[in-house]
Design a protein around this ligand. Structure first.
Ligand code: ADP
Length: 191
């Protein structure tokens, strides 16, 4: 979990590779559906473009189906789900989670990162107005989930400010998948 621009996608991909499980990114699935022009994509597009969450019943049905696939049998890493209390309830019903990693990043850094991404990736929701809306929606609808998972003892909060390799090190550390050389804080060759 983390606000837009926190680095969820970046770190999810690396961590999932280490854990040998697939990443299930709801944002990526929605964007793929939009690109493929499916009914789901058409439904999702107007919410994405406005910076609003796709309705829970649509998102939940999609995640339920995705997590039922064979490749998720031994585990999975969710990126961008759950984002609402209703989604938490559905995920509880599908399967419990082992840990919830939250990336905390200063607000100015977030906006800077998102505007930079807007220049390189041209996502329809990376304009300044929509970015502001997405940050507000995160504060209103998703921040309450943090205390829910904290109460369950599952929360792993991480400082998401700084260089990618620094944050990666923190993520791997809380996930318990650091190898000794990395414990010294050295960047990995993949960088
Ligand atoms: P970011 O976290 O940077 O905003 P994502 O790629 O995770 O980007 O999500 C992009 C958009 O996809 C969201 O603004 C929202 O419209 C939609 N979306 C993604 N995950 C969910 C979810 N769990 N529930 C509802 N909408 C979602």
């Amino acid at each position: 979990m983390g606000p837009p621009g926190a680095g969820k996608g970046t770190h999810a991909a690396h961590l999932a590779g280490r854990l040998g499980v697939p990443v299930v990114s709801t944002g990526d699935i929605f964007r793929a559906q939009v690109a493929a022009g499916t009914d789901l994509g058409r439904t999702a597009q107007r919410y994405l473009d406005a910076g609003e969450y796709v309705p829970d019943e649509v998102t939940n049905a999609m995640v339920r189906e995705r997590l039922a696939a064979d490749d998720c049998g031994a585990g999975f890493l969710l990126d961008g789900y759950p984002r609402t209390l209703d989604q938490v309830a559905v995920l509880d019903d599908i399967r419990g989670v082992d840990a919830v990693v939250v990336l905390r990043v200063d607000q100015e850094a977030l906006v800077r990162r998102l505007l930079r991404r807007a220049e390189t990736e041209r996502r329809s929701d990376d304009t300044e107005d929509v970015i502001r809306r997405r940050l507000q929606v995160y504060a209103d609808q998703t921040v309450p989930l943090i205390s829910v998972y904290d109460d369950r003892g599952l929360l792993r909060e991480i400082d998401g400010n700084g260089e990618i390799h620094e944050v990666r090190h923190r993520v791997l550390h809380v996930a318990g998948v650091l190898v000794p050389a990395e414990s010294a804080g050295a960047p990995t060759p993949a960088e």
